[in-house]
Design a protein around this ligand. Structure first.
Ligand SMILES: NC(=O)c1ccc[n+]([C@@H]2O[C@H](COP(=O)([O-])OP(=O)(O)OC[C@H]3O[C@@H](n4cnc5c(N)ncnc54)[C@H](O)[C@@H]3O)[C@@H](O)[C@H]2O)c1
Length: 320
């Protein structure tokens, strides 16, 4: 039986990944510090079904302080998803939290891994934010990395550490640049979470900018599939874009969500947010060829899952 350590296991993507690992027969260790970026209650909700599983062990700990040796002992693959995510709050006073969670914690994990002989792979969750503003057309992995937010800069720095520990210490790494991920459990600061919630409550939706900005939205199950594929495929040291493959404008998404929820959207357009690119689009040919990655969930189906999930969350009295 293979053993995985998942950092950020109580988070949005990390909890979906743990569920898939358990379904596929892995012994799964989850680590999460319950970073206060968003409500602990939502992370506990993500974790609840995992905790009931006999092959899941959860450790509440901060990667910057945890004793890593016992967590890594006997692990075959480490999936490093723990991070302070979110572009908007990475400006200003909170920047230190981004440095701690995204850069220092990654360095500490890599240092521990450089002395480990059991690991066959470290899969690192990077971000499309490392590219900044795309030059037009789908972005390939070799395009210039020019982040336009402090968050993007910290993810790029972490990628740099991953690459250095691969090149100089032989840590077998793969970095995946996820493009805007959505699905049940999405973080409350992210657009689809806010849109679904506002629609179902009959509140006004706030859109930053004019809503014509486009994103390569990626359903969480497709991201999880790519992350698992990267555990065994592709050469060490590789970097891959993971994107849904059909970019859409924010306005279009709101229309689809309103249709699915059977509600009328009332939209207020706010100022564009600094650090948000106008457009993102992933060129995923490398991931297709080397990992066998193929996004399978069309936007409309993924959005239907989100509406169903938010309906449940609101019925429980949550959904902040
Ligand atoms: N959601 C997206 O659209 C997206 C896009 C690109 C990249 N990513 C990357 O994917 C990963 C997961 O993102 P997410 O949206 O699930 O975010 P999330 O905030 O839901 O999950 C991250 C988890 O990491 C934990 N964490 C933070 N600092 C920690 C530390 N020092 N020690 C232990 N745990 C810590 C948090 O408590 C949180 O539960 C992140 O690395 C993020 O940068 C996400």
């Amino acid at each position: 039986m293979r053993t995985a350590l998942v950092t950020g296991a109580a988070g949005f993507i990390g909890s979906h990944l743990c569920a898939r690992l358990l379904r596929e027969g892995w012994q799964t260790r989850g680590l999460d510090s319950f970073d206060p970026y968003y409500e602990r209650r939502l992370k506990e909700r993500n974790l609840a079904p995992l905790l009931a599983h006999e092959r899941f062990a959860f450790h509440e700990a901060d990667l910057n302080r945890a004793r890593l040796a016992p967590l890594l002992d006997g692990a075959d693959v480490v999936f490093h998803l723990a991070a302070r995510a979110g572009v908007r709050s990475s400006w200003g006073a909170d920047f230190d939290s981004y440095v701690d969670a995204n850069i220092r914690a990654t360095q500490r994990l890599l240092e521990a891994l450089s002395g480990s002989h059991t690991i066959s792979r470290l899969v690192f969750a990077s971000s499309s934010s490392v590219y900044g503003e795309a030059a037009g057309g789908p972005t390939g992995e070799d395009a210039p990395r020019r982040p336009i937010s402090p968050y993007g800069m910290t993810k790029l720095a972490a990628e740099g550490l991953v690459s250095a520990y691969h090149a100089s210490c032989g840590v077998p790494t793969v970095a995946l640049r996820y493009f805007t991920v959505y699905g049940p459990g999405q973080r409350p600061d992210m657009a689809f979470h806010r849109f679904c919630r506002a629609l179902l409550l009959g509140d006004e939706i706030t859109v930053f900018g004019d809503g014509t900005q486009t994103r390569d939205f990626t359903y969480v199950d497709d991201v999880v599939s790519a992350t698992l594929q990267a555990a065994t495929q592709g050469p060490s040291g590789a970097v891959y874009n993971i994107g849904g493959g059909s970019p859409a404008a924010v306005r279009e998404v709101i229309e689809m969500l309103a249709h699915l929820a059977g509600r009328r959207a009332r939209i207020r357009f706010g100022d564009p947010q600094r650090g948000d690119p106008r457009a993102t689009a992933a060129d995923t040919r490398r991931a297709r060829d080397e990992l066998g990655f193929r996004p399978r969930v069309p936007l409309e189906d993924g959005l239907a899952q989100m509406v169903a999930w938010m309906t449940e969350l609101l019925a429980e009295g949550g959904g902040s």
